[in-house]
Design a protein around this ligand. Structure first.
Ligand code: ATP
Length: 211
């Protein structure tokens, strides 16, 4: 599972998802848009639109799947609840992985029911350019004794471990940067898939008149 606001989805997310799948030998990567992200302001673009952009982005890639389960729950979209629902669906023996970028990882100690994340899944941290701050204390306590240093060690169990992973492509693209360019009317070509750009244009998303 790679959760996020995906406001909008961009090539940084997509390359990470592809390379994560290859590095860990996963059946597939579920991209799960947050309906109500608990740790940030509500996105300006609706959950349905963010899911639609995600679906357009991965249409031709069978290893990636859009998963709208968080849109079906009211209240904040807690990853602990999403992982519990995935665990119930896939069963106790399935190897489940929640992947997060290093920026999101730094705040993991503040997440709702952070301990429960490790009950249901492994956590894999994707290193990201420009995000290498030291670990906060609460995070060190949360991950103590959980870190492993190889994919083989991680995949030997259904969940409970932490692995930091450096993927081959590290892209310094963020959705914030994409939104800023769109608001200025600047080109976002090659930062995100053409199908997503077409969706944004067709629906008038992120332009100054739409906010
Ligand atoms: P924003 O700029 O709005 O904060 P974002 O680009 O960080 O957005 P999110 O939807 O918040 O995108 O990210 C979802 C997940 O993908 C997070 O775990 C984040 O760390 C990770 N991620 C986002 N961009 C990249 C990237 N370029 N490389 C690797 N991981 C990324």
């Amino acid at each position: 599972m790679l959760g996020g606001t995906f406001d909008p989805i961009h090539h940084g997310h997509l390359r990470s998802a592809i390379e994560l799948r290859e590095a860990l030998g996963l059946d597939h990567v579920l991209l799960v848009p947050a309906h109500q992200p608990p740790h940030r302001a509500a996105p300006g673009v609706s959950s349905d639109q963010r899911l639609a952009m995600l679906e357009a982005a991965i249409e031709a890639e069978p290893g990636l799947k859009a998963d709208g389960r968080e849109l079906l729950r009211d209240g904040p979209s807690y990853s602990a609840d999403t992982l519990a629902s995935l665990r119930a669906e896939y069963g106790p023996q399935a190897r489940l992985v929640m992947a997060i970028g290093h920026d999101a990882f730094l705040k993991l100690g503040e997440w709702h029911a952070a301990d429960r994340l490790f009950d249901d899944a492994h956590v894999v941290v994707i290193e990201r350019p420009d995000h290498d701050a030291p670990l906060p204390r609460a995070l060190e306590a949360l991950i103590q004794g959980r870190e492993v240093d190889s994919v083989a060690a991680l995949m030997a169990r259904p969940g409970g471990h932490l692995l930091r992973l450096s993927l081959p492509t590290r892209m310094a693209i963020s959705a914030t940067f994409v939104r800023e360019r769109l608001a200025l009317g600047d080109s976002v070509r090659y930062l995100l898939p053409e199908a997503v750009i077409r969706h944004i244009e067709a629906h008038g998303l992120y332009c100054p008149s739409s906010t």
